[in-house]
Design a protein around this ligand. Structure first.
Ligand code: DGJ
Length: 330
């Protein structure tokens, strides 16, 4: 009996994210500090404006019943051990004209607005057949929520599907916050948010072909955008773009190809890229790809792939596969 209990404990520990202390393991089940599977898909990370700890927001467990779906949140001080904060925006809070719920609540991202002192969440808000094509916006006074639903709409009047927010934070100064989204699955549009981050102010840059899973980051005076192609839940070849200048206004996007050299992006789809302080080279950043291994058709078994980019120059970038890696090595 005692050895059975020991085996159960060992299995739980070996399934947790922090196997071997500090390592991030690719393609396994990641558990929270209670030993439960982390359910926060299509990840967005907020760095706490006060103590620089990490808030991980994501889609709740991918059940087939949309009425369970909401936005889950986890918190970590070390990026390795994540504590469940529960469902911080629930399906029942969403109220929009048009089709009745339950709705698709997807790809949530949260930023902090210094002027209003509110945490502002944007997410893809849709009818179950993805025909409504809205974003939803919710706010909270606290990163751990609960968030209050504010409104749902089509940004700049354009039907919106996969989306992300990008906080253009350069050395601690926020130059602007931007919505990047799939405009009616025809092209990618980027719009700056207005002062209170509750609306957009018109498209300033676009990629003229459809892409999903957009994740923008800034490095060495250039913007990068990791994307996927459009194949539903099935993985496909990622494509990384670089901007032609150090401004998002009228930015043109140049393809750098697929940095993974894997036709399925290691069986994952991009959702976020997090600049992370280098431990090997203090004062520098490295860049963490965050993707979803949707595992379709068994979405209940969806997991996460987080991997560091390797920059050989601004335009020579790879995303090598690693079975596991440590924050200490970058
Ligand atoms: C691909 C998108 O990237 C996902 O967020 C999700 O909407 C699926 N399509 C649905 O098929």
């Amino acid at each position: 009996m005692q050895s059975l209990l020991l085996l159960i404990v060992l299995l739980r520990v070996s399934n947790s994210l922090n196997l071997n202390g500090n390592e991030i393991i690719s393609g396994t089940v990641w558990n929270d500090t209670d030993g439960n599977r982390i359910e926060a898909h299509a990840t967005g990370i907020l760095i706490d404006p006060e103590d620089q700890s990490y808030w991980w927001y994501g889609e709740s467990k991918k059940t087939s019943n949309l009425s369970d779906h909401g936005v889950n949140c986890y918190h970590s001080k070390d990026f390795i051990h994540w504590t469940n904060q529960g469902q911080v925006l629930q399906q029942s809070q969403v109220s929009i004209p048009g089709p009745a719920g339950p709705y698709v609540l997807a790809r949530p991202k949260v930023v902090f607005n210094l002027k209003t002192s509110l945490f502002v969440m944007w997410f893809h808000l849709d009818s179950s057949n993805y025909g409504y094509r809205y974003v939803g916006v919710a706010t909270s006074q606290h990163p751990q929520g609960p968030f209050q639903f504010i409104h749902g709409f089509q940004p700049d009047g354009i039907p919106s599907l996969d989306m992300n927010l990008f906080e253009d934070n350069q050395n601690g100064t926020v130059k602007g916050v931007y919505l990047i989204r799939s405009c009616n699955n025809q092209y990618v549009g980027i719009s700056q948010l207005n002062d209170d981050y509750l609306n957009t102010t018109g498209i300033i840059s676009r990629i003229s072909e459809p892409r999903e899973g957009h994740a923008v980051f800034f490095r060495n005076n250039r913007y990068y955008m990791m994307t996927s192609h459009l194949t539903g839940w099935a993985p496909n070849a990622a494509e990384l773009f670089i901007s032609n200048s150090n401004s998002l206004i009228d930015a043109q996007w140049i393809s750098l190809g697929n940095p993974t050299h894997s036709s399925t992006t290691f069986n994952s789809q991009s959702t976020f890229v997090l600049p992370f302080p280098s431990r090997k080279n203090p004062g520098e950043l490295f860049y963490i790809y965050m993707g979803d291994r949707w595992n379709a058709p068994d979405l209940l078994d969806a997991s996460y792939i987080w991997l560091p980019y390797q920059f050989y120059s601004d335009t020579n970038v790879t995303l090598p596969w690693l079975d596991k890696w440590s924050l200490d090595d970058y």
